[in-house]
Design a protein around this ligand. Structure first.
Ligand code: F0G
Length: 356
């Protein structure tokens, strides 16, 4: 047996790296594909969770960041910059440390989960809080990268999408073929773009590398109702959702997400914050998988479609759950019954536990 080497070494032949690219890695990827028993029962399907919270910084961003930072280092960059709703900044900060680079991040003031802010801080990123939303932060980061010697590592950087497509490769490698449906939360729309590219490449019979998959899945993406520009068909000026990771009103990969939907015969729909929280609690309490609220949008979408009778039974479905629940524990604590205090006394403890 050997240790998983990270997505660049595991999928080197399918990624834009050369023998001389300096590989900056925290051995990301190789994340669990967990059978979801309760979701399978509810939908009459075979549902799996791709648990991306198991990545080194706790989200799927690490797959793209190992590529973006490695390529930036290859090109001689000494500093990188990103706009973020939290996870990209956490990942960029960690990989910049590994690559010996300075990292600057632009985040919307007051709209970043505490755990993610803590990650950027502890990895030594230079953090600017912007009096605006994510879309404003991305405009600013793009402008800075055009004028100053700093590499942009948002998903508008093609290396990011290349790295993130490995999520689809892993699903096929684990299941033996593509699923019928792949479900994702959609924010800036980079990840649905990346998965679709990965599935297409793996099913491309003209590839000299071979085709591990015989088919591609339908891509299902879900936005939060208060931040659903693709569903509305126009940018949302003041996006609002408790799922701060996907609080985005004008996604950078908008057209690519629509292409993924249309080419795959899929959908992009919305879920309410209430549906997101309900899926968030179900995942934790019934599947044993603790994700952050934005991640639960995929599962919320699947449950919504199933309740409407739009999910034919017997299908194989993969939901990517994008980030670790520990990043944003406020929602785990809020609304839960508070712990009970007991003296150091077995009888009292047993009574409170309902054992006596
Ligand atoms: N889930 C989580 C946990 C995220 O952090 C993000 C995006 C998404 C889903 C949506 O993915 O943008 O590729 O459609 N977070 C970015 C960030 C915007 O800055 O961390 P997407």
């Amino acid at each position: 047996s050997r240790q998983w080497r990270g997505v660049i070494e595991e999928y080197r032949e399918r990624l834009p790296v050369s023998a001389t690219t300096p590989v900056v890695t925290l051995r990301e990827g190789g994340t669990p594909l967990v059978p979801a028993q309760v979701l399978s029962e509810r939908t009459g399907c075979e549902v799996h969770l791709k648990v991306e919270g198991a990545n080194p910084t706790g989200s799927f961003k690490d797959r793209g960041m190992t590529m973006a930072i490695s390529r930036a280092k290859e090109e001689g960059a000494q500093a990188v910059i990103c706009a973020s709703t939290g996870n990209t900044s956490a990942s960029a900060a960690a990989y910049a440390v590994r690559g010996g680079m300075v990292c600057a991040v632009l985040v919307p003031t007051g709209k970043i989960a505490l755990g993610k802010m803590g990650q950027a801080l502890v990895h030594g990123a230079r953090i600017l809080e912007v009096d605006g939303n994510f879309d404003d932060c991305l405009d600013l980061a793009r402008g800075l990268s055009e004028k100053y010697p700093v590499a942009l590592v948002n998903s508008v950087n093609p290396a990011r999408i290349e790295g993130q497509k490995t999520g689809a490769f892993e699903v096929v490698d684990m299941l033996g073929d593509a699923p019928d449906i792949h479900v994702l939360p959609v924010g800036n729309a980079g990840n649905i773009t990346a998965y679709w590219r990965g599935y297409r490449e793996y099913a491309d019979t003209t590839s000299p590398l071979g085709a591990p998959a015989t088919r591609t899945p339908r891509m299902w993406g879900f936005q939060a109702s208060g931040a659903a520009p693709i569903v509305r068909g126009e940018p949302v000026r003041n996006p609002a959702t408790l799922a701060t990771a996907i609080r985005i009103g004008n996604p950078a990969s908008w057209t690519q997400a629509e292409a993924a939907r249309d080419e795959s015969g899929g959908i992009i729909d919305e879920v309410t914050d209430r549906e997101i929280l309900s899926a968030y609690r179900l995942l934790a309490a019934q599947e044993g998988v603790f994700v952050e609220p934005a991640s639960a949008a995929s599962v919320a979408g699947l449950l919504k479609a199933a309740a409407r009778g739009e999910v034919d039974p017997g299908q194989r479905i993969v939901c990517t759950v994008t980030g670790n629940g520990l990043k944003d524990p406020d929602w785990a604590v809020a609304g839960a019954p508070p712990p009970i205090t007991v003296p150091v006394n077995a009888d009292a403890a047993a009574e409170r536990l309902g054992l006596a």
